[in-house]
Ligand binder design. Sequence first.
Ligand code: KG4
Ligand code: ZN
Length: 340
Amino acid sequence: MSESLILAIETSCDETSVAVVQDGREILSNIVASQIKSHMRFGGVVPEVASRHHVEQITQVIDMALEESGHGVADMDAIAVTQGPGLVGALLVGVTAGKSLAMVYNKPLLAVNHLAGHIYASQLVKPLKFPLMALIVSGGHTELVYMKEEFSFEIIGETQDDAVGEAYDKVGRILDLPYPAGKYLDELAGKGNSEAYAIPRAMIHEDNFDFSFSGMKSAVMNTVHNAKQRGDEIVPEDLAASFQAAAVEVLVEKASKALREHPEVSQFILAGGVAANSGLRGELSTRLATEFPDVELIIPPLKLCGDNAAMIGASAHHMYADKDFSELDINAIPGLMLGE
Ligand code: KG4
Ligand code: ZN
């Protein structure tokens, strides 16, 4: 594989992030400016607010990433940017910045898929071995992806309604937790009894790799509602633990089903913001160790699970090696699919 020094930009949602990545493996810098505080009071990401923050921060974040890496733009082999999926106004800020740098410094431009980025975050931990299976769990996505080889993405299963992170955030809202609630709900779940409340394991026995999380969220909502009507107190820790156990069980079950049907797989990657979940990390490690001892599990460290530009740089390395360059007239694609 050829060598590369890539400046990568990620602005698909609510983090303005810029990284310098060497050979798709080594992070020279990875600055993540989070906007969470600005969105918290609205209980979710407000697209207009996100775009404005990206515009205000992007130049400074680029400068910080370059300074920390010890390089200038002129040293780069290419400029990589997240093209989609994501919020159109947010993506546009990064795409515009990437195109401008590519034009001014006469560098090739690489348009990266955000979800490919989440998967390739694992490459910053270990070399990837194919065929592999990846489970992407984030605020907007829940997908099981089979990769026969480098950059070949086959989505074998996905959520039919809410993404798992979205369900976490909605359940968190019901329990009055701050946004984004995943982390807080995870902490709360650690202190509760997971058998206290009945939460359905939707689609768990169905003969496919798809998921459904909206019923779990509704079950939490109904539990709280019914308790209020009866004048009963709910135990938030127990409800959080019961919800987490259901969500994790379904994810782990479908992941093992995918591995049973693809015995040729040698690595399993857990990707996306919800990969930070302690219950999911624990259950998945245990299940793989007992049922699939030959499959290597890669779960990136927390800072590489959430949105960050280093994962975009890792993914871009392969595009650079394949000379998969983009024209300077590319646009943001909010609904970009994996493999497109
Ligand atoms: O990948 P990400 O940073 O952004 C998207 O591309 O969506 O994922 C953010 C999601 C949010 O829904 C957040 O609540 C969830 O990841 N999350 C968690 C945990 N940490 C973050 N969900 C469950 N448990 C966690 N520990
Ligand atoms: Zn993401």
